[in-house]
Every structure is written in structure tokens, then in C-alpha cells.
Design a protein around this ligand. Sequence first.
Ligand SMILES: O=C(O)CCC(=O)C(=O)O
Ligand SMILES: [Fe+2]
Length: 305
Amino acid sequence: MGDASRVSRNHSDTFRTAVEQSVAAGKAEVLSASPPVYLLHDVLSATEVADLRGVVARRRDLWGASHPLVCFQHDAFTGHPGLTHAFDWMRGRPGAGGRGCFAQAASRATYAHVPWSESLFVYRGQEALFDGISRRVQEMSGLHDTHAYSWQALTYEAGRDGGYADHTDCEHAADLLGRGERMATLLVYLTDDFDGGETEFPKLGLKVKPPVGSALLFYNFGPGWGGRACSAEAAHRSNRVTRGSKVVLQRWHSYQEQPFLAGRPILSQRGRRPFQPVVSCDYVSGVRTNVSCRWYNSDVPWTTA
Ligand SMILES: O=C(O)CCC(=O)C(=O)O
Ligand SMILES: [Fe+2]
């Protein structure tokens, strides 16, 4: 079976058509033509924002009961001879790099000193409220629910947040038609009473802080509409929050239908307790000057034994 037979609809075209209709109807505006970046107005009502924040708070409490396991994805950390004793090894060998997590004791001793932002996954079917928003997004953007990843509630809190460094959202293959490749990104803003925390596109000279209830939507590929290569121009970051907290719902959308339409089971992970989150530090997009750490509630494949 070739690639083409798995494509149930052309998602760069349905996206383009629907979002251009939203612009024509005054419901959205163009922030950048190439790569396409849009601001969608009034995606959520004030009541919906409050209700969604309630769901996020409840789920954060569930996962916040345990301190996180502190993990590193790159060998500058895991290969450091002075740190060998602290690791519970996941991939690679002590002192020889690879991906690794600190053992419980070292995680407990260090997690409070690591700056991080938070990504809480909410899977399809878990929360009726989120599923309702998915239908609205589909109407406004043409991005179908079956082509979407799970929702992620991103939280950046002043004092703890270190920002999230420059990156593109493309996956490793960086080919639009690749399975699970992140064609387009949606960010729906649940707070705006904070300082810093802008979503910035340095290559486009664009720095945005959308009002509560509105959304940013951008296409990660190029050149131009329907382009199949990852667009370096679509690089973006989240600036560090210096007051208050930024809460955003994020969802990626692929050209191909998603292979995982529901939640994935939490695999048993060496050294990880049930409902224990992970803080994973990474060279974002593989760039060594871009170190950012993120807290995850989800299954994190690289911690699998
Ligand atoms: O929160 C933001 O403004 C951007 C987040 C982001 O780019 C990401 O998580 O990939
Ligand atoms: Fe991103």
C-alpha cells in the first residue's frame, strides 16, 4: 500500500480553504503569508476558558502529587563522568552517553533547581470539553480531528519557567507526508495576564501575545502552501514568563491520519512510579545552545527500559 492510498483528505488544502474563509469572514487575520501564520479570534468564550482551566488544574493536581523523574536526552549530561552515579540508565551506558533519567534520589534532590515548562497531555475521549473544542477547531481551520495529535496543556509559571528555545515543530523525517509529521500547529491561549511569554517567530520578526480565547495557527512546511519540506522560517519559541502564568492548549496536526486516535497506555517504565511525571531536558531541535526542559505527564518513550 503506497502513501497516497492512506491519505483520506488533502489536509494542506482543507486547512488553507477553511482558514481563508475564516479570514474573509473577519474571524481570523493573517500574521504572515509565508510561512502561513494566522490569528483566530474568539475561538473560546470566557466560560469555556474558565471551564478548560478547571480541567487542566484538576489533571495537574493528579500528576503533581509526585515529584518528577529528571531525565536528559543528550550525552553532554548523561556522559558526564561526575554524574554517572546519579543515573538510572535507560539507553546507552554509564559514562558513555545516551538517554537517561536520574534515579529517584537524585531526581528528588534536583528537580526544584531545574527550570521547566509543562506539557500535560489530554487524550481524545478523556474530557468532553476538549472533544467539543476539537469540533470547533475543525470548523474554523479545516483541520480534522482524526489528523490531530492529543491536546497538550502547556503551562509556564514565572519563577519556574525557563522558556522554550527556538525550534520547528517538524518531526525527524521532516517530510509533510510522513506518518505523524506535524504539518500545522494550533495554540489556544487560556491566559494573558502575564509578562514575557510571547510566542516569537525570530525569522519572521513576529512576536505575539494573543488575547485569552484566541488562537495562533501556523503551517510548518514549505516552500509555500503544500510544500513538503520542513520550513526553517517557521521556527518559533516561547519567551520566558517573568510574571504570572501562561497557559496554552497546543495541538499538532498531520497531513496523514493519526495512527493513535485514543490515549496510549502508560507503559511500565524503569524507575518510574504510577502517575509520576518526567522532566526531560533536551537540546531543542538538536541545537546545543538551545537547552530547554519540559515536564510531561505522558508516556515518554525514551524512558522505556
Ligand atoms: O507556548 C508557546 O508559545 C509555544 C510552544 C511550542 O512551540 C511548543 O511547545 O512546541
Ligand atoms: Fe513549537
